[in-house]
Design a protein around this ligand. Structure first.
Ligand code: DX5
Ligand code: ZN
Length: 218
């Protein structure tokens, strides 16, 4: 299975967003990860659909929108229309998760669900066969640059087992604290899509950093 590196623009220079996206595209990134925060589900505020529409012409890479918002259904069509290829919503926010996943698909995007670090993996049981990807948070959502939560490794393993048991082709994405020190264990546990914000945008040579991360995936 191929592996994908997804720089999170949360750690990019917002005043130069278009250039930053072109730079990670040229440097060998696979996806662009967009962290959408509403100041309600998480204690921070970031981007809306207009920002996704603004960055869309700057890259042909997959744009992956991670919704950390209390009412994902209200905004999913707008993010899809703005050019998001993949959209995921937190299981903790949606009282009607099946409806949320169908709405993402009807809007024309690939669908994922996200689990916070302490959310039971059982919440995937009845939705997993409808998913294109599962995002496991390895930090508490809201901010870049936090330390990787070690228990995430066992969670990745268990989700991988679940997907194999169900015959699901859904990708496993991991988000938070991924850097040259943590990425190998994340890869070995079964991750397919590696989100990295500060580990990429915090360095001055994106190409070298992405190549280094990729080498450590093995
Ligand atoms: C956190 C976001 C992450 C964040 C990761 O709420 O979902 O995507 O940008 O940042 P790093 O890679 O710095 O931990
Ligand atoms: Zn994210």
């Amino acid at each position: 299975m191929p592996h994908y590196i997804a720089p999170s623009i949360l750690s990019a220079d917002f005043a130069r967003l278009g250039e930053e996206i072109k730079a990670v595209d040229r440097a060998g990134a696979d996806w662009i990860h967009v962290d959408v925060m509403d100041g309600h589900f998480v204690p921070n505020i970031t981007f809306g659909p207009a920002v996704v529409a603004a960055i869309r012409p700057h890259t042909d890479l997959t744009i992956d929108v991670h919704l950390m918002i209390s009412d994902p259904d209200a905004y999913i069509p707008a993010f899809a229309k703005a050019g998001a290829d993949y959209i995921c919503a937190h299981v903790e926010t949606s009282g009607h998760l099946h409806r949320t996943v169908q709405l993402i698909k009807e809007s024309g995007a690939k669908a994922g669900v996200v689990l916070n670090p302490a959310t039971s993996l059982e919440s995937l049981e009845w939705i997993v066969s409808d998913l294109d990807y599962v995002l496991l948070m390895s930090v508490n959502p809201g901010f870049g640059g936090q330390a990787f939560i070690d228990a995430s490794i066992e969670r990745i393993r268990r989700v991988k087992e679940k997907l194999v048991a169900k015959g699901s082709a859904a990708l496993i994405q991991v988000d938070g604290g991924i850097n040259p020190t943590t990425i190998a264990a994340v890869a070995q546990a079964g991750c397919d899509v590696f989100v990295a914000g500060s580990a990429i945008f915090g360095t001055d040579n994106y190409q070298k950093t992405i190549a280094d991360l990729r080498r450590r995936i093995g």
